[in-house]
Ligand binder design. Structure first.
Ligand code: NAI
Length: 330
């Protein structure tokens, strides 16, 4: 039997947590042959609820779940963790400005970054889900100088999945045939869902759209629908996306640690390395291929003038966020 992997999850008593834990314990993220230990973190008032979730996990008798640890101490949760999903974050309260939200979450992610640096496995892979995810991930990364920056990422996979489905619905094609989608930039309203590289069974999506006289669909419908999907779900459900966010987190970590599909890529927000003219210093959504815990940014995709504008708008927003939290970046 393989050695167990310690998976730490913050905000584990929240709604995404509830949709995430059982699927991870079932092997959806790391495979059905991989024993795991879940190390669940939440704040003190959520401990009772967290214990209830742990009881339910026990009651599932998942064969690969070796242990469940619940705690309000990040040192306990992150100790020797090889995978960390940072979901816990402060939600935007009434009358709270964006700056206040960045500040409140900055405090959480700088402290948790420092603790990761102290106690997590040196090869730990970190996915930040809690919003504002890209900048929270930057803060955690900068506060963990002993860890490889390439081991920090933020979640754009939900946006990626949303975009694929919109194309599949528009063209009446199966989901699994839509390949090479990209969401550039920030996980926010400025993100750039880009279907100019997308293909359906080898044919360019833009050619099919053009053939049908739907040239304007991308700018007028597709991009705004994907950008505003989170708000539309809140409007309809009264709560933010949880099951779909958990599903995206599982897909992100699965592909990163194991592999992305042949002849396709996924979107991950990772530290910019100058690719596509996006300067270093922010976490930015790029198309990547993954294998065995490594990712490579897909290079040299042609970018239109309008596409470049969208990409820079999102980059500039990230720069603005960075400016607001610069005192937290070591
Ligand atoms: P939730 O409010 O149901 O749960 C959040 C949990 O985090 C709560 O149990 C809370 O007690 C906990 N928490 C707060 N501060 C903490 C801290 N310092 N340490 C540990 N735990 C802490 O929220 P939900 O729906 O589970 O969403 C979590 C985050 O994910 C939010 O920031 C949300 O905006 C974000 N999100 C990100 C998406 C993405 O695509 N990147 C998609 C959907 C949500």
């Amino acid at each position: 039997m393989k050695a167990p992997i310690r998976v730490a999850i913050t905000g584990a008593a929240g709604q995404i947590g509830y949709n995430l834990l059982f699927r991870i314990a079932n092997g959806d993220m790391l495979g059905r042959e991989q024993p795991i230990i879940l190390q669940l973190l939440d704040i003190p008032p959520a401990q009772q609820a967290l214990r209830g979730v742990a009881m339910e996990l026990e009651d599932c008798a998942f064969p690969m779940l070796q242990q469940v640890i619940t705690t309000d101490d990040a040192r306990v949760a992150f100790r020797d963790a090889e995978v960390v999903l940072m979901v816990g974050a402060k939600p935007r309260g009434k009358g709270m400005e964006r700056k206040d939200l960045l500040e409140a979450n900055g405090a959480i992610f700088s402290e948790q970054g420092r603790i990761l640096d102290e106690v997590a496995a040196r090869h730990v892979k970190v996915l930040v889900v809690g919003n504002p995810a890209n900048t929270n991930a930057l803060i955690a990364m900068k506060n963990a100088p002993g860890l490889d920056p390439r081991n920090f990422s933020a979640m754009m996979r939900l946006d990626h999945n949303r975009a694929i489905t919109q194309v599949a619905l528009k063209l009446f094609q199966p989901i699994q045939d839509i390949k090479k989608m990209v969401i550039w930039g920030n996980h926010s309203g400025t993100q750039y869902p880009d279907l100019s590289h997308a293909e359906v069974r080898g044919r360019k999506v833009i050619d099919i759209l053009r053939q049908n006289g739907w040239e304007e669909w991308s700018e007028k419908e597709f991009i705004p629908t994907v950008q505003k999907r989170g708000a539309a779900v809140i409007e309809a459900r009264g709560l933010s996306s949880a099951a779909s966010a958990a599903n995206a987190a599982i897909g992100h970590v699965h592909d990163w640690l194991l592999h992305s599909h042949h002849n396709d890529w996924v979107t991950m927000s990772v530290p910019s390395d100058g690719s596509y003219g996006i300067p270093e210093g922010v976490l930015y959504g790029f198309p990547v291929t993954c294998r065995n815990g490594n990712y490579q940014i897909v290079k040299d995709l042609p970018i239109s003038e309008l596409g470049r504008k969208h990409m820079m708008d999102s980059y500039n927003e990230l720069l603005g966020e960075r400016e607001l939290v610069k005192h937290l970046l070591r």
